[in-house]
Write a protein that binds this ligand. Sequence first.
Ligand SMILES: [Zn+2]
Length: 122
Amino acid sequence: MPSGEGLRSQTEMSERQRRRGLNEAVFREVNERIRDINERFELEPQSLDLVCECDDTSCTDRISMSAADYEQVRADSRQFAIVPGHSDSTVEVVVAREKGYDLVRKQSEAAAIAEETDPRSP
Ligand SMILES: [Zn+2]
């Protein structure tokens, strides 16, 4: 057997990425809940007050967007809405800079996690 040095660091890297992906999945769940509550109580649908979906668990920043924009974000399992500047270029790319938030799309393994954990996937 080879020493496996390269393999190990690769595994560590993906473990870290996996954890980060899971953090974002949690924030997405929170936002899905916020949207549900807004819908249920028929609150002003103009804007949703959401949490930043970046991978930093200590991040408590908020973003707001219209319910329609939120639907656009959730239309793709790999997409997340985050506060501008919170993106992590090792796992995602910024696909659009919207008013008040950046739309990012997960890449490679992070994308797979995002899809697996999508509460809207069948
Ligand atoms: Zn953030």
